[in-house]
Design a protein around this ligand. Structure first.
Ligand SMILES: Nc1ncnc2c1ncn2[C@@H]1O[C@H](COP(=O)(O)OP(=O)(O)OP(=O)(O)O)[C@@H](O)[C@H]1O
Ligand SMILES: [Mg+2]
Length: 353
């Protein structure tokens, strides 16, 4: 569904070159649900916008849904849906009309557009809201409408840029339920970005982590956590004077680079905490170190990010917060729903591309 090689995008803002995406290589199989994860300014949206033909790459190539993004952008757009980072629905049109208009924009006849609008509203539980305007909807309802707009032309591949950002936990769960259903019931391929590590961890079968424009990890969440972060054993010595000796002992058993002392506790990264803990306790006992407390923890994706970059995702977010605001010429007016070439003529309203 997606094959990208060396996709790169640079922006020049006030004579300063920003390398937003550097050499993205990516292969996504049909039916996969891939979460694209990374801090603010990492290059997620820029990658998505290149793959959806909204932004030409500086260099590199990609085929998306079987079409080349440079040679056949219309072919790509006809076969994909794109739900942008901000809402794509106009405020003053009723949801049902908006969906039908989007159908026209994709070249459906009036009847087909109506039928398809009814279908996607059903898929996303929007039927009771057909006569409502987006301005009167809740955040989750609007996001579901955005997704419906991206699906009107039955694309086999859907890109979603932060579908759940800014929603409360209950609404996030609801939007996720609808996203998962698209995959299970309709076999769609889904490629989405998120800041929420727990979401990526529990929902996506594959996680791609991007930082400073480069992919730094790619795999199942379980594998990334196992390979890169590992489980943790944290223990404290009964006598604080024994802490250093406990750390040295743990280092001899598991490797010094896996051991750290933090706030008076010895922290050890191990492949399997349940197996490592009894062994560690035995060895420490042999050394005459009395252990006061011991606990084990499974890694999170944040531990993976920390292991890869030396900083937590939250720290990375904070440092990127100021940097992610540049705009450059025509890119500022970004369409939030992928449109076929003729869409601007056919769409009833200038808000969308
Ligand atoms: N149109 C543009 N003009 C100039 N710089 C840009 C433009 N779009 C993106 N950038 C820069 O490229 C980098 C990557 O931005 P991008 O929007 O891809 O990040 P992101 O991972 O989607 O971040 P966020 O999580 O905040 O949405 C940032 O440094 C950003 O400032
Ligand atoms: Mg973004």
């Amino acid at each position: 569904m997606i094959h990208a090689r060396g996709l790169t995008r640079r922006f020049t803002v006030k004579r300063k070159v920003v390398e937003a995406v550097r050499g993205l290589d990516l292969d996504v199989e049909q039916g996969q649900l891939v979460a694209f994860l990374g801090p603010n300014g990492a290059g997620k949206s820029t990658s998505l916008r290149m793959l959806t033909t909204l932004l030409p790459p500086t260099s590199g190539t990609a085929t998306v849904a079987g079409r080349d993004i440079a040679a056949d952008p219309d072919g790509v757009r006809a076969r994909i849906g794109y739900v942008g980072q901000s809402s794509g629905a106009g405020e003053q049109f009723r949801a049902g009309d908006e969906l039908v208009a989007q159908g026209y924009a994709y070249g459906l006849t009036r009847r087909e557009a109506r039928r398809r609008a009814a279908e996607v509203m059903d898929m996303l539980d929007l039927t009771p809201l057909a006569a409502r305007r987006p301005s009167t909807m809740s955040g989750g309802q609007r996001r579901r409408l955005d997704i419906a707009l991206g699906l009107i032309h039955r694309p086999p591949l859907l890109f979603l840029d932060e579908p759940t950002t800014g929603l409360d936990p209950h609404t996030r769960a609801d939007v996720w339920q609808h996203i998962l259903r698209l995959r299970e019931q309709y076999g769609m391929t889904l490629f989405l970005t998120t800041h929420y590590l727990e979401e990526a961890d529990s929902m996506a079968e594959r996680v791609v982590v991007i930082d400073h424009g480069r992919v730094i990890a790619d795999g199942t969440a379980a594998r990334l956590k196992g390979d890169l972060a590992g489980d943790r054993v944290t223990l404290t010595a009964h006598d604080p004077a024994d802490t250093a000796r406990a750390a040295a002992t743990a280092g001899r058993v598991f490797g010094a680079d896996r051991v750290a002392v933090e706030n008076g506790a010895v922290r050890v990264r191990v492949p399997r905490a349940d197996a490592a803990l009894p062994e560690l306790l035995r060895v420490l006992e042999g050394e005459g170190v009395r252990v006061a407390t011991a606990e084990t923890a499974r890694p999170t994706l944040d531990d993976v990010f920390l292991a890869l970059t030396g900083r937590t995702l939250r720290e990375a977010e904070a440092e990127g917060a100021g940097a992610a605001e540049g705009t450059e010429g025509a890119d500022a007016a970004r369409p939030t729903t992928a449109q076929p070439a003729a869409a601007s003529a056919a769409a009833p309203e200038g808000d969308r591309a």
